[in-house]
Design a protein around this ligand. Sequence first.
Ligand code: ATP
Ligand code: SF4
Ligand code: MG
Length: 377
Amino acid sequence: MRQPDSLRVDQRAEAGPYLSVSNLVVKFPSEDGIVNAVEGVNFSVTRGKTLAIVGESGSGKSVTALAIMGLVNRKSAKVTGEVWLDGEELVEKPDSGIRKLRGNKMAMIFQDPMSSLHPFYRVGAQLSEAARTHRKISKKAAREEAIEMLSRVGIPAPRRRVDDYPHQLSGGMRQRVMIAMALINSPALLIADEPTTALDVTVQAQIIDLIGQLQSEFNTAVVIITHDLGIVADIADEVAVMYAGRIVEHASTERLYASPEMPYTLGLLASIPRMDRETNRLDPIRGNPPSPLRHPDGCVFHPRCKYTDRVPNRACFEVRPELLESERNHLVRCHIPAEERRRIATSVLGAGTGGGAAIATAGAGGTGPAAPVGGPA
Ligand SMILES: Nc1ncnc2c1ncn2[C@@H]1O[C@H](COP(=O)(O)OP(=O)(O)OP(=O)(O)O)[C@@H](O)[C@H]1O
Ligand code: SF4
Ligand SMILES: [Mg+2]
């Protein structure tokens, strides 16, 4: 396995974020109209840090990730905005240029384990191929790397399992092979899209631990995508909450849990059990996300929001809120004034929430919103 070229890389990391996404928009034309999947997303991630992107199904998390990786088909979709990876802009880059970076500088663990494993090839052959695509090493050396990587991700008897086909492995094992595949070239950016879906709780915890261990070893910038706020608290430095293709709140994890402000985030937090709140009544968000073919006017969350009457002049129904700084490094997209948002949060989530809660914003060198951030019109 290639060792991280840490000195050179660390010097670069100090210079700024490794990944920076600016006003990313992805639209898919369809027979029914235009699917507005991603509507102007901004964030950045530094090496060694983890950003979690959370949100309900259909909020645009995977499409954001696929667009970063250059995996949205640009013939059938419209991708605009900027994606900067280690000083290179990717949205305008030809596919051949992106292929050189994918699996090498950046890698992705896909939502569906079988989507990156070919059913007809042995896992060892697939891992070796991933290594040899980007580096000049012999077949023998690549096979040894594959075995070592399988061992690193916790596959028992890797020298034997290296010759297994994907279908011979359990779901958890396949997920580990995918992680091995993503990490075999020590990418500086890892995007993990729901890496623990469909796994039992123990395996989930092992996979999350493993990503954390490999991150500290290779100083990887990690973007983890999930709809599960429960797993985020332990692993992410920052959280971006997505709704209908937009980031609606972005803060350090500590801050987001201690003092959430956007009503959608409150809804997500109120619908998971918490150990650190006096109030522990579960209260799921009513209704469903809007169709991506027709986002509502005003605030896209307004059909589900309980607080539209707190904002004068029907602004929730007519004016798109922008993503604005509530505190340093805490961005919120909501018309309600910050003080009142915090009061609402306290009443919804119980003691421990609100303006008086401990504030821990990410300092320099963390992940971060690409401020100033304006929401799309
Ligand atoms: N290739 C495509 N063509 C048309 N629409 C698409 C395509 N890919 C995704 N979409 C639509 O874009 C929207 C965002 O999808 P995305 O897969 O990013 O959601 P998600 O947040 O990852 O959801 P989940 O939690 O279910 O994985 C959805 O409405 C989806 O149906
Ligand atoms: S802008 Fe209005 S509808 Fe949107 S979250 Fe705030 S209060 Fe709710
Ligand atoms: Mg998804």
